[in-house]
Design a protein around this ligand. Structure first.
Ligand SMILES: [Zn+2]
Length: 540
């Protein structure tokens, strides 16, 4: 028995079997239901989205003697006959028949009545490939089509079709099929074929086929007919001419380690093995985006992906955002470039140089911050102040915490702070400890900590007393941090916006903080005393 390609085997045979294109199908079914049939249809849309399949189904259904709710009955004389061969449906591939003669032949034949059904249907695939002469010949037929003839023209490039043709057709736009719709179809086929594939492999096929179901099914076909026992996503990348995850990570590691010979060798190797430079950059962008999200949001990815991405938890948000914006720009530039490999090499070298400068500046900044902090601390201790923190400072601190957010530091400090209750008997800090006990540390950088509270009351209380909290944290962790608290609700909003910004390549940059105003009014002192007790304000 010869092997039947999966795509042919699982081609839809009726409207209800078509994936996606609900809008198109509804209108076509309704046309059949109300017997309101046009003589010319134009199906346009990306490749593999079902234009030809839907054209064939429509052609069969329109001749069915007893359609049910716009769907063919599959039982009547015509439905049974066309299961064998339908001589009233004529398919023409314009890509191989683009001459005037072929269209003239159609013009002569359209006069002949259909042999069994009510309609004779011409499906002209890739109609944009017709020559001007052929279009003119077709136009004559479309101007006065015999009652028994329906034309269905299909094209991936509507802009190449003359307006005179378009204006005589009922036009349908076929949309790309969503990855989740493709995933569903692939799973259905696998089940029928009694084959299994890992979830991440199915997901990847659905994503890289870019809305084309036919491409997805063909890729699935190739992958399940290989003799390999355990199929991984790298096999898919390989089939698609993309670089493997391993190769991608090697290249990325070289960038992070600033290993220039390593980077150049790797690019040379990938280039010589025929890998697509554009897709290498695209994959780097996605990797950086994933690292950034993984470093700041818990459980966004599958466990397996998280494990893989956790390797990069020491990369700061600032670095990741910088890399993402540079790579996205490169992605745009590379399309126009004559020498893509050279442009990639030069840009990566530029990135390394700028990263070097950035790192030096950051370390100087950190040292300065520390020194300033120490002086401030001394001042505060002698001042017994209560601080009022403005909205402006809150938002700057949120921004700065995100700009330098680092998952590794976060996890280390979460671990340390989980022992905060051990300090409850410390008379000086027991109120602070009580407040911290109910918080969760959610973002942490080298110099910032962001906490989350369920209740707004607790978050305000925290922000009202940040200096005392900072003192306690320094006492507990032996390191100075600027702290801030938000409510759970606020954090959800910040998180959403943050992910959106990362995806759009927007960088978070450190902002200068205005000095916290100190107030000595009776009112605030009273408030602080009420909350923290006299002994906790008086830190000496
Ligand atoms: Zn029928």
């Amino acid at each position: 028995m010869s092997y039947l390609a999966l795509y042919r085997k699982y081609r839809p045979n009726k409207f209800s079997e078509v994936y996606g294109q609900k809008c198109v199908i509804d209108i076509l079914k309704n046309a059949i239901k109300t017997k309101n049939i046009s003589h010319a249809y134009l199906f346009s849309g990306p490749r593999g989205t079902g234009k030809t399949s839907v054209a064939k189904i429509f052609a069969k259904t329109v001749n069915c003697l007893e359609p049910k709710n716009g769907e063919m009955c599959e039982k009547c004389a015509i439905c049974s006959a066309i299961k064998e061969n339908d001589i009233d449906i004529i398919e023409i591939d314009a890509a191989s028949n683009n001459g005037v003669d072929e269209i003239r032949e159609i013009r002569n034949n359209v006069k002949l009545l259909p042999s069994v059904g009510q309609y004779k249907i011409y499906i002209i695939d890739e109609v944009h490939m017709l020559s001007i002469g052929a279009f003119n010949a077709l136009l004559k037929t479309l101007e006065e089509p015999p009652k028994h003839v329906i034309f269905i023209l299909a094209t991936t490039e509507i802009q190449k079709i003359p307006l005179t043709i378009i204006s005589r057709c009922q036009k349908f736009d076929f949309k790309k099929i969503t990855p989740s719709e493709i995933e569903l179809k692939l799973k259905e086929i696998l089940k029928k074929e009694k084959k299994e594939l890992p979830e991440d492999v199915i997901k990847l096929i659905s994503e890289i086929s870019d809305g084309g179901l036919r491409d997805a099914i063909n890729l699935l076909d190739q992958i399940i007919t290989t003799s390999k026992k355990e199929i991984t996503i790298d096999d898919i990348y390989d089939l698609n001419g993309d670089i493997s995850i391993n190769e991608l990570e090697q290249l990325f590691d070289n960038i992070i380690k600033k290993d220039i010979p390593g980077i150049l060798n790797k690019i040379e190797k990938l280039y010589n093995s025929g890998k697509n430079i554009y897709s290498i950059i695209e994959r780097l962008v996605v990797l950086v985006r994933n690292i950034n999200i993984n470093n700041n949001v818990n459980n966004y990815f599958s466990k397996k992906q998280q494990e893989n991405l956790n390797k990069y938890s020491s990369i700061s948000n600032e670095t990741a955002n910088y890399l993402a914006s540079k790579l996205i720009k490169l992605l745009n530039d590379i399309k126009k470039s004559e020498n893509q490999k050279l442009l990639l090499e030069i840009t990566l070298l530029e990135i390394l140089e700028e990263l070097d400068i950035k790192n030096t500046i950051n370390s100087i900044k950190n040292v300065n911050q520390m020194e300033n902090k120490n002086i401030e601390d001394d001042k505060k201790i002698s001042n017994e102040s209560t601080e009022i923190i403005s909205r402006e400072i809150i938002s700057i601190r949120i921004n700065n915490a995100l700009a330098g957010a680092n998952k590794q530091i976060l996890q280390e400090n979460q671990k340390k702070l989980s022992k905060v209750s051990e300090y409850i008997s410390n008379e000086k800090y027991n109120k602070v400890v009580n407040l911290l006990k109910n918080s969760s540390l959610i973002v942490c950088s080298d110099s910032y900590m962001m906490f989350e509270y369920e209740k707004e009351k607790d978050a305000s209380l925290f922000n009202f007393n940040i200096e005392k909290i900072e003192k306690f944290i320094k006492f507990m962790l032996n390191k100075t941090y600027s702290v801030i608290a938000v409510t759970k609700e606020e954090w959800n909003k910040i998180k959403k916006e943050y992910i959106k910004n990362i995806e759009n390549g927007i960088q978070y940059k450190l902002q200068r903080e205005p000095e916290i105003k100190k107030k000595f009014s009776k009112k605030t002192d009273d408030f602080a005393e009420r909350i923290f007790g006299e002994e906790s304000i008086d830190i000496k």
